[in-house]
Design a protein around this ligand. Sequence first.
Ligand code: NAD
Ligand code: AKB
Length: 320
Amino acid sequence: MKKILITGALGQIGSELTARLREVYGSQNVIATDIRQPEFSNTGTGIFEILDVTNQQDMEMLVEEYQLDTLIHLAALLSAVAEAKPQLAWDVNMNGLMNAVEVARVHGLQFFCPSSIGAFGPQTPKDHTPQVTIQRPTTMYGITKISGELLSDYYFHKFGVDTRSVRFPGLISYDTLPGGGTTDYAVDIFYEALHKKTYASFIAAGTKMDMMYMPDAIDAIIQLLEADASRLHHRNAYNISAMSVAPEDIARAIQKYLPEFELTYAVDPVRQSIAESWPNSLDVSCAVNEWGFSPKYDLDRMTKDMLKKLNKKLETSVAL
Ligand code: NAD
Ligand code: AKB
């Protein structure tokens, strides 16, 4: 049975992951932390502690107090926010990560810190991006993500820390709103479709990016953490994805249920240029072969479920 510390637990991933891990491992075995107080409890019942990941001593005290064996490090600034605040992004994403992986080393913890499609750059092959390829990201977010992959590998090879990671694509979810990334349009579009029947995308038509539905992302984390270590050759970090889509692809999927929905464009040059530096579609075969990655949701299945769940949450009444 794992005893887990989660940093950044109130974010888009952490809120759903915490609730799910509490179902799997028991609520007393999952300690949720974040730099801010929860506004309402969407992580399920269990222990919550304030933790700023730039404070290594505080992190260490929690690991000792609760006798933890696993650290899931989610606290970070996402791509668009990191581009606006590069020094803060370095502090949180790099110094926070260094603190976390050090705590993992000293206390012998299993360690997971997600990387991203943002770890790739404009020189990376765009289609079926290989697991091992050129990575020269041009954003502060990407620089922290590729550094995180390398640091995690270093801690595995040098100190034997059981580091594992995935390169998440854009994650689409209905529970907690995304925290300031380039792929956030793919969540916003569902909210606006239900509220206003129209959405102005900040990402341009024809811009493909990898995406995945949150239930598949949560399954992937648990599956990778439970995987047989002897099968893991590419630990930090596995390409994973469930679909490669442009804004008009999501709009068409929504229009199957909401024919009057209209997509327009109000392109944001900063996020557009970040998106253009990222791959169109990843090759996920290493994750499939080494630990059985197998997402359940394609675009159509996800769209139906998103609209159903948001219809209830937003108290809208679209017939599905
Ligand atoms: P998020 O922005 O939704 O949540 C991040 C959380 O970290 C927030 O709750 C915030 O309060 C907290 N935080 C910020 N500074 C902190 C600090 N100094 N100390 C402690 N907590 C702090 O992010 P997310 O989408 O849940 O992403 C989690 C991880 O997954 C990040 O490493 C991100 O790069 C990675 N990732 C996310 C996506 C995605 O689409 N959501 C895709 C690829 C990778
Ligand atoms: C972002 O857009 O910054 C994130 C990511 C893909 O890493 N969603």
